[in-house]
Design a protein around this ligand. Structure first.
Ligand code: PA5
Length: 414
């Protein structure tokens, strides 16, 4: 695996980092960077700190999976639907995994991550409550939206609710943990030293994924293959682009299956880096090729204030060949959707590079568990490094906590 940092148009590697990661049968994602800023921060102290004291989430790819796999294997046979209750870091990772890897799973997994009454109504209509297992995921065990959802769902489940509920929460504290102990609910623990948005490879993401039949072993194998040094180099480039005025990061996969990965990355970036009036990057999620027809004009000719992360999927496992086409479209003869999508991808990234926009371009071999695991771990490392390079604490979220306190006060009439 290699990370090539390339200049616009000419694809001349500025530097090439050999990677000795053992990937087994995995085909590696590769990454190119176009229009790299000239001044890249050294950030040696950030790297030293990481080597001395790596954040707890970096150990998750090495965890034992037996308990999760054995339990979920039995549960998958019992239920028709899985309903996941939770919000933010407690479900965005799970949603990214299910959308990309478990979308047509049996049992089918649904997420409820908001209190929108109409959306809730429509979702509830799809569920067969007697055959639904409900995962309640909240690290603190106290989040307003999740607990409110839980009480409504508990009523829907009726008398036998206990055998339908699985609590995924802190091992010691919070309302949900206390309830799980008191009512003897099935429960799993969220590692106390891993924050919500860094927890996708813990029980928070692995349990919904395993229930959907995702190959969680492959997912962790992909995550374990990441060379932190590559994520660090990428973070340095991202930081350099930000310092050159690119205070918006556009995350643009050419696949609907990766939209939720974009939403997950948006939270990771926004909450980890946005910490003061002086430091913050605004994330924006777009989908190619559709958004070429709504945003490309702005990206290309508008302010040069964006850093782009484009993701191309080489193989979707399916394709649609074009039948005979009318002669005006002779350039489409013998083509298939994938070829056209790829041509659009290359054309868009080229057009932006020609306009001196900064781009990171990922080539993903497929949408398999190893690839997703690799991306998730790479981006968590990248954003953790980015926060440190920009001089902020990437692991807290005081603004979110303040919002929670004020909402509670309002509801208490204070
Ligand atoms: O990243 C974070 O810390 C937040 O987005 C939380 O995940 C979110 O507020 C949900 O919190 P909890 O898991 O405690 O319910």
């Amino acid at each position: 695996m290699k990370l090539e940092i390339q200049t616009a148009l000419f694809h001349i590697p500025l530097f090439l980092i050999p990677c000795n990661a053992k990937l087994g049968k995995m085909q590696s994602p590769t990454l190119r960077f176009r229009n790299s800023p000239k001044k890249i921060p050294a950030a040696a102290k950030v790297w030293e700190k990481f080597e001395k004291n790596p954040p707890a989430f970096t150990a998750l790819p090495k965890q034992q999976l037996n308990a999760i796999r054995d339990w979920s294997k039995g549960e998958r046979k019992k239920w028709k639907h899985i309903l996941v209750l939770g919000i933010g870091g407690s479900t965005l990772g799970g949603q990214a995994l299910i959308q990309s890897l478990g979308h047509s799973s049996k049992p089918k997994v649904y997420f409820l991550d908001n209190l929108d009454p109409l959306h809730t109504n429509l979702l509830f209509k799809k569920l067969h409550w007697k055959k639904t297992l409900v995962l309640v995921i909240t690290k603190s065990g106290d989040t307003l939206e999740t607990i409110a959802q839980f009480f409504v769902v508990k009523q829907k489940l009726g008398k036998g609710w206990r055998k339908h509920i699985v609590a995924i929460t802190d091992s010691k504290k919070g309302f949900l943990r206390e309830l799980a102990e008191k009512e003897k609910l099935t429960s799993f623990s969220v590692p106390s030293d891993v924050g919500g948005r860094f927890s996708v490879l813990s029980e928070v993401g692995l349990i919904p994924a395993a229930l959907a039949g995702v190959k969680v072993k492959d997912l962790l194998q992909g995550a374990a293959a990441v060379n932190p040094r590559e994520a660090f180099d990428f973070a340095k480039l991202h930081a350099a682009a930000y310092r050159k005025g690119k205070n918006i990061t556009v995350f643009c996969p050419y696949s609907y299956r990766l939209r939720s990965l974009g939403e997950w990355y948006a939270q990771l970036l926004a909450e980890s880096v946005g910490k003061s009036a002086k430091v913050g990057i605004t994330p924006e999620v777009s989908i190619g090729a559709a958004d070429q027809h709504s945003k490309l004009q702005l990206w290309s000719d508008g302010p040069n204030d964006k850093f782009f992360i484009f993701l191309k999927v080489e193989d979707f496992g399916v394709n649609h060949n074009l039948p005979d086409v009318s002669k005006e479209f002779s350039h489409l003869v013998g083509k298939a959707f994938l070829e056209i999508l790829h041509a659009e991808f290359e054309a868009t990234t080229q057009a932006l590079a020609e306009k001196q926009r900064s781009l990171a371009v990922w080539n993903l071999p497929n949408l398999k568990a190893e690839t997703l695991g690799y991306l998730l771990q790479f981006f968590m490392l990248e954003v953790a490094f980015l926060g440190e390079i920009l001089g902020v604490n990437p692991y807290n979220q005081p603004g979110v906590e303040r919002g929670k306190v004020l909402a509670r006060k309002r509801l208490s009439g204070n």
